[in-house]
Write a new protein. Sequence first.
Length: 161
Amino acid sequence: MPWEIRIVSETAEAPLGDKQSVCAWVSEALPGVALRQLPLPPQEILASFPPAVREAFERPRLETLYEGDGFTVEFYCTDAPEIRCLHADIRGSGNPAPVLARLCGPKGWTVISAADGSRVDLSGDGISQWQGFRDWRDQAIRQLCDADEGDPNAAADEPGE
């Protein structure tokens, strides 16, 4: 489960920029990373999906994945001439602050936590919202593991048992 953020212009009403300049900046700020439209599944597979799922797959979208030290960031946005915001899903336990600061700082972009709509402070070594999310995630996982250990039927549900 990821920590979800949005990257917006300092003035939330303004776009980040046109598609070409935003894609170029992402590639410059994060070498080896390129926002691009991924190929669609084959038509015979798309045809088997319910209409709402098929529509979601067919909606033009740019995506890329950044792999950091102990974390990943999946960036995505609509494939439109003007990019209003970048969405990102952050997974892992490493510190994404330097990467987000490198991407956002020079452009005056702002990171917003999707969980509570708060502005993310990238000026320090860590991000309090990221740490809070990790604490919550780790606690939820521990509770699930503890519940499984207390369930006498849990072993019977294990594969190969």
